[in-house]
Write a protein that binds this ligand. Sequence first.
Ligand SMILES: NC(=O)c1ccc[n+]([C@@H]2O[C@H](COP(=O)([O-])OP(=O)(O)OC[C@H]3O[C@@H](n4cnc5c(N)ncnc54)[C@H](O)[C@@H]3O)[C@@H](O)[C@H]2O)c1
Length: 280
Amino acid sequence: MQNFKGKTAVVTGAASGIGKAVATRLAAEGMNVVLADIEQTALDRVVSELKAAGRSVFGVRTDVSKAEAIEHLARVTTETFGAIHLVHNNAGVVTAGRAEQLSIADYEWVLGVDLWSVIHGVRTFLPLLEASGEGHMINTASTAGLMASPNIAPYNIAKFGVVALTETVARELEMRNSPIGVSVLCPGAINTQIVFSDRNRPQASAEHHQDSVEEQQFKQRAGGLLANQGMAPEQVADMIVNAVQSKQFWILTHPDWKRVMRRRVDAMCDTDSLITDFGG
Ligand SMILES: NC(=O)c1ccc[n+]([C@@H]2O[C@H](COP(=O)([O-])OP(=O)(O)OC[C@H]3O[C@@H](n4cnc5c(N)ncnc54)[C@H](O)[C@@H]3O)[C@@H](O)[C@H]2O)c1
């Protein structure tokens, strides 16, 4: 898709971080933008800012882990703006702890928000994009969807799943010569609020939750890294606009990760490699 003006986009997780930057950029490009997020106050604030700048936007409080909520989001978008041309399935959360010690509720929360949301997004929005005759879907994974890091098992599982689902969709679209483009966003460290995901932890997961040592360490380390060295989310929004215009599938925000991925594949293909050599 080359031109954005006058077309319609839906962005999830749009009240903060990457989603906010993407929604802001697409609205500035002249798109009608529907911002979806679970945090009503933050969502209202971003929508008011964009409206004050004269943008064509509205917000829909959405829990992306629920199929009915995504269907409702699609319905109100088409009722208001008609055809949908761009969808960014982006909302996400993270929690940390040893794989065998995290609760079922922790796994369900992270897999619900980070993976099921994208499954719902594909099932609901892909047919609508195809019906529009032109469009693009971007799914936010992570470098954690390319190589697993310790202490964030639910996040790794979800993000590998998002990469797998998006690759599948890309191949299926290609097989039927569809004009719709699809990209998987694999960010490295970006300066956002993701480390404070607990603010959206549902009651089932919050009830018995206490930060483990691993979680405390994760919050401290990742929090410091994102705040001090994280890329600005606006730079990610630029990359997304370029990827949509050039129909680029992979969006790796940090070029260093190409080297890491080459090492990983080499380690995988090297029959003499030790089981401990993950290629990182
Ligand atoms: N920040 C990074 O370094 C980084 C790296 C790799 C991938 N990512 C991914 O980028 C995406 C955006 O995260 P971010 O870094 O901008 O974090 P963020 O916390 O700033 O933004 C995430 C947004 O998702 C929303 N959200 C949480 N649960 C939700 C739910 N159930 N339904 C709807 N919205 C919900 C939050 O309210 C928030 O506005 C996530 O998928 C995250 O995994 C981030």
